[in-house]
Design a protein. Sequence first.
Length: 124
Amino acid sequence: MAATLALEPGIDGSGLRPTQDGALGAPGAAWLTATVRPAGLFGCAEVARLRALLDALSTCASMVVLDLSAAQLCSVDAALAVDEAARELEASGGALVCVHADPTSLAHLAAAGPHTVLMPASAP
């Protein structure tokens, strides 16, 4: 199951500094964070577009922050596209973090696999 964390300041990587060997924590190598904020309902019909975007980002970003405050993942297929990109980022030492995910999106992401870091939407 995917991990669920509490929202913390700097979750987009802004407060982190990479080490000389590329790990977070000390000065050195460059760290590239990409934030994506889709809007609307992402079901089976949108999987190819979502997957293409996340594939491109996972090849060049250190961290991808997927802000779902204006979107909902309406299918496990959409969540699988997110988890596969997260797996690719994880394999290269990076991460994919989903922030502001609603309960439906969280359920689909949790079912899709363990590679995406999940952060639920804050309660109003």
